[in-house]
Design a protein around this ligand. Structure first.
Ligand code: COA
Length: 271
């Protein structure tokens, strides 16, 4: 038996073996994340938590990429200058959606496993970082292009990356926006396993089944315990002000020029 719930941009299911699936489902845009998907991700986390018997959730992306990050064609922050208090507050709130979604997924009760193929970009890197375990295909590529877009990395990405790969690697990868592959991701401790693309799904399923076969209480306590330790490591460095820093950066002329240029070269039709 499977329980599902309908969303516009993601697929969710929970079966009675204790396994759930969360699939980003915009394959034609490489699962780029707009405001709707961010709100749906936060809602999905609540939905999974309502399934008390659910123990493992596989997080994946439909199609050839895991997640191309923020939707460059649907950004409330890219709107013109705020004219009214209402529109300013809307844009600020929209700037917080990523943080809310990433916190919600990270704090889900079930153990999450990221299944990453193809590209994981910007928010896609953050989405990988907030899953408890990460299995990636050899052809996976990661990069964090926010600075080239004229904005700081949001979605709680800085504290979450510092926690995972340390300050120096976080600074390098965020400041240079350079690409790094699966082997480097493994070498810096960002992912658990790297497998040939054809084996990715089977490897993730096998890992999920292995966890489902373990006694549930110590597995759940281990997740909570590790998360309590990592929260303590970043205590006081919460990313509460994502919306403010995004809004602030997006008013700087240099950032606007960078964002326009980045969008043009990235979204240019390859005809
Ligand atoms: N937002 C909106 N649409 C996106 C997108 C994004 N972040 N990433 C990819 N797409 C769309 C492309 O516009 C393209 O649409 P089209 O078929 O209508 O032209 C489609 O997804 C496929 O992408 P394409 O660029 O053709 O694939 P590729 O394999 O050549 O390149 C990437 C893949 C990820 C390197 C490239 O798409 C890219 O750089 N995307 C932007 C990533 C980004 O900067 N995200 C923002 C993070 S803050």
């Amino acid at each position: 038996m499977k329980d599902t719930r309908e969303f516009k941009t993601i697929l969710v299911e929970a079966d009675d073996s204790g396994l759930g699936r969360l699939t980003l489902n915009r394959p034609d845009r490489l699962n780029a994340v707009g405001a709707t998907m961010l709100q749906e991700l936060a809602e999905a986390a609540r939905w999974f938590d309502e399934h008390r018997d659910l123990r493992v959730v596989i997080v994946s992306g439909a199609g050839r990429a895991f997640c191309a990050g923020a939707d460059l064609q649907d950004s409330p922050l890219a709107a013109s200058e705020p004219q009214t208090a209402k529109s300013w507050l809307y844009r600020r709130e929209a700037g917080q959606y990523g943080l809310r979604a990433s916190d919600a997924i990270e704090q889900m009760r079930a153990v999450t496993i990221a299944q990453v193929q193809g590209y994981a970009v910007g928010g896609g890197v953050v989405l990988t970082a907030i899953c408890d375990l990460r299995v990636v295909a050899e052809d996976a590529w990661f990069f964090i292009p926010e600075i080239d877009l004229g904005i700081p990395l949001a979605w709680g990405g800085i504290p979450k990356l510092v926690r995972e790969i340390g300050p120096a690697m976080t600074k390098e990868l965020v400041m240079t926006c350079r690409r790094f592959g699966a082997a480097e991701a493994k070498a810096i401790g960002f992912v658990n396993r790297v497998v040939p693309p054809a084996m990715l799904q089977d490897e993730v399923e096998a890992l999920a089944r292995e966890l489902l076969d373990k006694p549930s209480v110590p597995v759940a306590i281990t997740k909570e315990h590790v998360n309590a330790v990592t929260r303590a490591m970043s205590a006081g460095i919460t990313a509460f002000a994502d919306g403010d820093v995004l809004l602030g950066a997006s008013t700087v002329e240099e950032s606007r020029v960078a964002a326009r240029a980045y969008r043009e070269r990235t979204l240019r039709k390859k005809s």
